[in-house]
Design a protein around this ligand. Sequence first.
Ligand SMILES: Cc1ncc(COP(=O)(O)O)c(C=O)c1O
Length: 409
Amino acid sequence: MPYTETDCQRARRAFPSLSRTVNGRPIAYLDGPAGTQVPEAVIAAISGYYRTSNANLRGEFVTSRETDQLLADAREAGAAFLGAPSGREISFGANMTTLTFALSQALFREMKPGDEIVITQLDHEANRGPWLLLRERGIEVREVALRPDGTLDPEDFARQVTERTRLVAVGAASNLLGTVNDLALARRLATEAGAWLLVDAVHHAAHFPVDVQALDCDFLLCSAYKFYGPHVGLLYTRPGLLDRLRTDKLRTQDDEAPFRIETGTLNHAALAGVKAAIEFIASWGRGETLRERIVTAMDDIARHEHGIAAHYHDTVRQIPGVKVWGPDFSTPRRAPTVSITVDGVEPIDVARRLGEAGLQVWDGNFYAVRAVEVLGLAETGGVVRTGVCMYNTREEIDRLIEEIERLTP
Ligand SMILES: Cc1ncc(COP(=O)(O)O)c(C=O)c1O
């Protein structure tokens, strides 16, 4: 059952911020890859927690018990969202970057000088920087080449993974170009080397259902603020693996997974919002279980997003002076994120002019800084990125195209 135009209009009514105007025009949030808007159900869950249940964990009183239950429920919702066996495999943190740094410390303790980590040139710096820092401590870090068409070079991937590789750290989808990477290849190469596979699914999880068991990954990270939730990072770890890792932790902290990597007090109210965001997505799907509803909803919404992003891609590329970066939309394995450059106009000026018309798009490198360097765009301000999510419409894209046409010489 498709996610129709009517569904999209109904979804839009669930997001209070969509009713804003800018300079007399309706605001168009095309900045989703940097963080989506939040529906009323998520806002209500966060404020509801503060209204009734605000407490710390494991106390002998009602609000604390409710908070214990909330965290357990949020982990179960996270497990359903990622296809994990249970909430025991889901840890929370401030964001994906912070969790990746924590993980890098723990994995380093399992390595010896000369061991290797493979990263990619396409990845967001959050899945590069924590690993690159380990070079200071004797770990070799190798990077898989990005090709000019915006895809990773599979032959180079095979060359970079050696018998010394202990970790392959790769993104599922690019927040710069919308490329969806070949994770089956990454899994095969990691398995041959006896290495862990870590997947940065921050961009991917906002648009496609994730199945950690099908991916057979050891670690997978994502961030709820990219899928209609608050600023919280989620980490999936393969059952039994986190319990064995020596994480940075206090002696007072629980030794077991999923708590072992969670330092200090979590943002409980935000976790109420994470659970609500996942349930909000599921409310657009079908099936008996939460997991089934999430997967069907995301599949349907992905088709809506793909259609609108493909329309933008195929139209904007025909405007003289506009260059589109990254793969085309001939395959459904393409995230609905499209980056362009406009001859003679700097990305920052394009974004500013569009912003004045109420069209919110990002300019720059979005921390995919290595990819922007490799593509030769670092000196010229990067790209202008448009992201499409469940509340974006074809009409917004047509407005965007019209404004871009006005910008071109
Ligand atoms: C692909 C990708 N990975 C990682 C991150 C970092 O996520 P966080 O802000 O949760 O640290 C982002 C954020 O934009 C991203 O798009």
